[in-house]
Write a protein that binds this ligand. Structure first.
Ligand code: NAP
Length: 271
């Protein structure tokens, strides 16, 4: 018997087998979950997602552009047909136009801001609303966030402001859905090499920052992020809601460069 035997859930945000949603999917599947997935509309997108998820025998794969409420409604209607009810939903989606993402935040365009907020933040609200209708016995909803929404991480720019709004949305949704025994949480992951991460900037530089500054002196692995996502979706986390769980080797706890600073001082003394 796995942790997820008899449990059914929808996963939004597998692009390929580098996606964080895939790392979490692998853990859920290994624990016996029955899973449905969405893909961005289009044959090419469908093929790409199908290639990633085929090994685990998905119960459902449906198109869904989260900018469209009718797509979200149709995806959850299909989930109802397939599963009847749901126990959990993973929302692992973000987008900002590349020119707005790369620019200093002060130069973010109005249209870029609206689009990034719509896809990266409002989508969680709409997904949670539709998911809740299929969770008569309670459930767990998890989204993916990043520390750049709490503090300035140079280069994260507009997406940092989106993540701040996403973090607040997690807490308000947790409040609204709590009486229905539906938990809403976020995993705040350290840098993981994915399609979306490649748009944000130099992955090796960001990962190096974690090796230098995080208490554990390394960056997180995708497998560790997968386990933590699975944990929050599971009954093991049944008392946890409105939480932003940092899975970043302790980086978020630092208020100074710590070990990196000590090493710099030692180097200075040796020179
Ligand atoms: P990813 O594999 O590129 O996943 C992003 C997903 O969002 C893709 O499946 C993408 O679909 C989907 N998406 C974008 N616009 C959409 C729309 N309008 N409708 C439906 N789906 C849409 O990258 P990832 O790094 O795993 O990102 C997943 C989440 O983790 C994001 O919220 C990201 O901010 C967060 N996160 C990532 C890191 C990291 O270092 N990678 C760290 C912390 C948090 P297509 O690819 O088909 O466009």
């Amino acid at each position: 018997m796995g942790l997820f035997s008899g449990k059914k859930g929808m996963i939004l945000g597998v692009a390929n087998d580098y996606s964080i949603a895939w790392s979490i999917t692998e853990k859920l599947a290994a624990e016996g979950a029955e899973l449905g997935f969405t893909h961005l509309p289009g044959e090419k997108m469908e093929r790409r997602v199908r290639k990633a998820i085929d090994p685990i025998g998905p119960k459902l794969l449906v198109p869904c552009d989260v900018q469209k409420d009718e797509d979200i409604a149709a995806a959850f209607a299909k989930a109802k047909e397939t599963f009847g009810t749901l126990d959990f939903v993973l929302h692992s989606i973000a987008f900002a136009p590349i020119e707005d993402l790369k620019a200093p935040f002060v130069r973010a365009s109005r249209d870029g801001f609206k689009l990034a907020m719509d896809i990266s933040v409002y989508s969680l609200v709409s997904v949670a609303r539709h998911a809740a209708e299929l969770m008569p016995n309670g459930g767990s909803i998890v989204t993916m966030t990043y520390y750049g929404g709490e503090k300035v991480v140079p280069g994260y720019n507009l997406m940092g402001v989106c993540k701040a709004a996403l973090d607040a949305s997690v807490k308000y949704l947790a409040y609204d859905l709590g009486p229905k025994n539906i938990r809403v949480n976020a995993v705040s992951a350290g840098p993981v090499k994915t399609l979306a991460a490649s748009a944000v900037g130099d992955f090796d530089k960001l990962s190096g920052l974690y090796e230098a500054i995080a208490p554990m002196q390394r960056n997180v692995t995708r497998e560790e992020v997968g386990s933590s996502g699975m944990f929050l979706l599971s009954d093991l986390a049944r008392g946890i809601s409105g939480e932003i769980l940092h899975v970043d080797c302790g980086y978020h706890a630092m208020g100074s460069p710590g070990h990196a600073f000590e090493k710099a001082l030692e180097q200075q003394a040796a020179d």
